[in-house]
Design a protein around this ligand. Structure first.
Ligand code: FES
Length: 157
């Protein structure tokens, strides 16, 4: 049972799943923003699957929850509304189109810059959707904006 009656320090419970909303509601709205242990995340429902990631784009903090979802190379991606960066929903990889200057006529290929946006685990239990934050000890580019836009304990430093 995750719901202990004893308040434990943040460090201990920081990786506990957090209730986000009802499965049916999120399926209908297709996206929802939520706070998971003071971290702003967005949950998407796209073609039968749930995805969760940091809500602010790793590039410059753009609002990913306002972006369009597009399929790129068979991978659903969120397109950041600010500068159109493409981020895979499943893994948080930044995609870019590689052009080989020695073959100017060749079709540009999509390549991965690696994991840039932190994704989180979504679980559905009995009609309820939960998000479990990923391992914060492994840093990710989107952490900068996640910290900057943190709901509580904010500081302008
Ligand atoms: Fe997302 Fe620039 S802030 S692409």
């Amino acid at each position: 049972d995750l719901h202990s009656s004893i308040e434990t320090p943040d460090k201990v419970k920081a990786d506990a799943p957090v209730y986000i909303g009802k499965e049916e509601d999120i399926k209908q709205s297709q996206r929802i923003t939520a706070s998971v242990h003071d971290r702003e995340v967005v949950v998407f429902y796209h073609e039968g699957k749930f995805y969760a990631m940091d809500r602010r784009c790793y590039h410059a903090g753009g609002p990913l929850y306002l972006g369009e979802i597009e399929d790129i190379n068979g991978q659903p991606c969120i397109i950041c509304p600010w500068h159109k960066y493409k981020i895979t929903l499943a893994t948080g990889e930044g995609l870019y189109q590689a052009i080989n200057p020695t073959e100017p006529s060749a079709t540009p290929k999509w390549r991965s810059k690696g994991i840039k946006q932190r994704t989180h685990k979504v679980t559905v239990d009995n009609g309820s959707v939960y998000v479990t934050p990923s391992d914060l000890s492994i840093s990710c580019d989107s952490d900068y904006y996640a910290d900057k836009y943190k709901k509580t304990g904010s500081s302008d430093m």
